[in-house]
Design a protein around this ligand. Sequence first.
Ligand code: ADP
Length: 237
Amino acid sequence: MAASESPLIQLRNVTKVYGEGATQFQALKGIDLDIQAGDFVAVMGPSGSGKSTTMNILGCLDVPSAGEFRFKGVHVEQLGRDQRALLRRKYLGFVFQGFNLLARTSALENVELPLVYRGDGKAARRETAMAALEKVGLDRWWDHTPAELSGGQQQRVAIARAIVTNPDVLLADEPTGNLDSERSIEIMELLTDLNKTGNITVLMVTHEPDMAAFARTLVHFKDGLVERIEHKSRTAA
Ligand code: ADP
């Protein structure tokens, strides 16, 4: 990679303190992290090590107590809440362990939701959402509600919803945590495909080494710090 290429995401000496006075707790103690566009990153580490806190900051849902968070060169830590919300809507997609789909609402309508917020018209919404469902292999299931879909299928719908706006970054919080191992591998293969062919940068929290094995970069957290970063060889299939 050319040295001149600046990272998509840069964290510099990021700290996060929760609470005040005697109950104050420092969840992040000075995180430095560069993430290049197109990378597939697995964030690992014991419970309480600061993974979620960091993902919330990267997802523009929370701000550091101190330090810098640059996204595409923009100092996010200096933005207000509304500007961060815009950035989130335009550039980021989110996938959660529990799928977080609206019940009693079809797969297609779930995927359309971010487009409703964006103000797209009905016909354009349908077309874009259907294309996203096709990318995750579920276009034939467009009129099914979450209750009529398996866990793996529900997570595919959630991934379609996350990518329907063409985000630069997909943030996934234990996306296979509720799935059996076969379904988990299918989801990881889908994320790998989106990463490679869709050129989406993937940031994923996982406790499972088998799932982390799909990533190209492993970031290990410990006690509010990045303990170690592993870059895997690009020759691996
Ligand atoms: P992980 O995701 O690695 O399990 P977290 O980032 O969720 O770790 O949490 C790091 C530490 O910060 C934990 O000790 C947790 O209890 C604390 N923490 C997280 N969120 C809050 C909060 N809103 N208020 C107080 N403490 C918090």
